[in-house]
Design a protein around this ligand. Sequence first.
Ligand code: NAP
Length: 260
Amino acid sequence: MNPVALITGASRGIGRGIAMELAKVGHDLVINYAGNADAAKQTRDDCVKLGAGKVHAEICQADVGVAADRQRLVEFTRQTFSRLDLLVNNAGVASRGRLDLLDATEENFDWLMGINVKGPFFLSQLAAKWMIEQRKSGGDGYKPRIVTVTSISAYTASTNRADYCMSKAALSMMVKVFAARLAEHGIHVFEIRPGVIATDMTGPVKAKYDALIAGGLTPIKRWGQPEDIGRAVAAIAQDLLPFSTGEVINVDGGFHLRTI
Ligand code: NAP
């Protein structure tokens, strides 16, 4: 029986990259998306191909910011696969309008925090409770993991997207508290902190980052690709870091080195 991964926001971008790398290492997949069913189906079909007939993948629409949708997403996973080995909290949204923080609105703040913070927190809670149940029957061979995708914005101040930066800083602490709480149940919890990755999210600021990367923003002078994040998640999924939890894995071309 394959291990099962539930990846939020896996229709496009980083989530899709994670799904593809997990398919390569033999995980069955629940590919969550918000509205883009065609992209989700494409990811599903590509993952099944990569899995060479051994991987089962399903799509499930759900808005991670909505409690009933989170319940439905976990229930779908239970009904379809009867198990969950890995939750990847990847879905996230960028700051609406990239407004200067003096112009930021409460409406945008609540919307973004609902998806970027409240969603992963309560989805992790649901997943953790189910994983604890499964651990009781599955024994030591069952090694559940929770991975959350944050950002270099967790510690880098951008004054035109305060809400986004604050959401990623909050997620970073979320990883620590879940890691501390769940270790006794054999559930290990990780933060993946991407740098600048080529996806639809960064499409509108491509020219800006092209110039910054060429100018030395990161020691490794290239855009990150969704596959770079996917490989880090696949390493965790394959239990290559068995004595770590609460760990931050920077996948950022060395941005965090803060070179001068
Ligand atoms: P993206 O290209 O905009 O893709 C976003 C994905 O999330 C899509 O699959 C989208 O589904 C889904 N999604 C959006 N809102 C959702 C919701 N409410 N519920 C469920 N799914 C939802 O973004 P990305 O660049 O891949 O970013 C993925 C994660 O990485 C985010 O958490 C982001 O903050 C983080 N990150 C990105 C970068 C970067 O440079 N790109 C850097 C650091 C961190 P639909 O296709 O259905 O819309």
